[in-house]
Design a protein around this ligand. Structure first.
Ligand code: PMV
Length: 321
């Protein structure tokens, strides 16, 4: 019998990069764009097979060996107290673009952990899903803040701060969102691995730590402002805060011409504000819109080169934890 589980994609509303250096950030789940893991039993003695058809389809070619998700399967089976010699077929599918900033890796990981737990008859809490996905993300990203695995595991808009060390637990809280708001998330189509962009910021920070710490602190202060605006509901001021975050991200050197083109197009057609989201250097941007501007902004983004656009209304799915 097949067991299925899903997990959402995510966007970082504000605070990316600075969050790696201990500043707060805000992330939102994308409930309608999801990754799915399916587990099926195989005949005894045939071992583990992993298929990721969408990863191949998105231009990344055949998965390398050992498979990137094999380590997470091992970690999860150990957590469940099971032997790692299992006879199962794992199929991972995702509607989330790979390496774009929408959390595809973390969502696939969270879906996989949940599907494995359910397949072997165990319950698993979001905290455990998050911890296991974080462990495996460290293999790929080096110094992930932990925001991706947390938001996709809890499926809730979060205020997030990493622990002081990689081993220390992060702190996070569900966000209060007074009025639902709509984001258009547009993909530049430029694939930009997170660890490269994070590594470039680290190199610059090592060259000029005081300078960069000031940028990070300014971004952290903006995240606090955005949190307060979400609690009171003011789209104009929220948009302006997102615009200011983009200025700081540009100064960190993580924007790109493709991102700037989409951001300018969104602002010119009535978005309240727009910024890159995630690691930058390609990947995605987001624009805060209302019902009056949404269609025009979406059209302008398409004309400016967006490869795909996701519309999401934040504050409508409130899963409390
Ligand atoms: O995975 P992405 O592209 O959404 O980027 C993650 C956000 C960063 O702050 C740049 C890195 C991190 O680990 O938080």
């Amino acid at each position: 019998m097949a067991t299925k589980a899903t997990a959402p994609g995510k966007v970082i509303l504000c605070g990316e990069h600075a969050v790696v250096y201990g500043q707060p950030a805000i992330a939102l789940p994308l409930q309608d764009v999801r990754a799915t893991a399916t587990i099926e039993d195989r005949p005894a003695g045939t071992g583990l097979a992993i298929q990721t058809p969408d990863i191949g389809e998105q231009g990344h070619g055949p998965a390398p060996t050992p498979h990137p998700f094999a380590a997470l399967i091992g970690l999860t089976l150990a957590h469940l107290g099971r032997s790692t010699s299992v006879d199962i077929a794992v199929t991972l599918r995702s509607a989330i673009p790979i390496a774009s900033g929408m959390g595809s890796g973390a969502a696939l990981g969270a879906a996989l952990v949940k599907a494995l737990a359910h397949h072997f008859g165990a319950g698993i809490a979001p905290a455990e899903v998050s911890r296991l996905v974080y462990e495996s993300e460290r293999v790929f990203h080096g110094t992930p803040s932990g925001i991706d695995n947390t938001v996709v595991s809890y499926e809730q808009a979060i205020w997030f701060m990493r622990g002081r060390t990689d081993e220390a637990a992060p702190t996070f809280e569900p966000l209060v969102i007074k009025e639902p708001f709509t984001l258009l998330i547009a993909d530049t189509g430029v694939r930009a691995p997170t660890h490269l962009s994070v590594g470039r910021v680290r190199e610059q920070w090592l060259q000029a730590p005081e300078h960069f710490n000031r940028y990070f602190a300014d971004i952290g202060a903006l995240a606090a402002e955005v949190r307060a605006l979400l609690a009171t509901g003011n789209a104009q001021r929220l948009g302006a805060a997102l615009d200011r975050n983009q200025v700081l991200l540009r100064q960190l050197g993580v924007s790109s011409p493709e991102l700037e083109r989409l951001i300018a197009a969104a602002r010119a057609t009535g978005a309240f504000g727009a910024k890159l989201s995630g690691a930058g250097a390609g990947g995605i941007m987001l624009a805060l819109v209302d019902t009056a501007s949404c269609a025009a902004v979406a059209r302008a983004l398409q004309e400016a080169g967006a490869q795909r656009i996701v519309q999401t209304t934040v504050g409508q799915h409130n899963v409390l934890f």
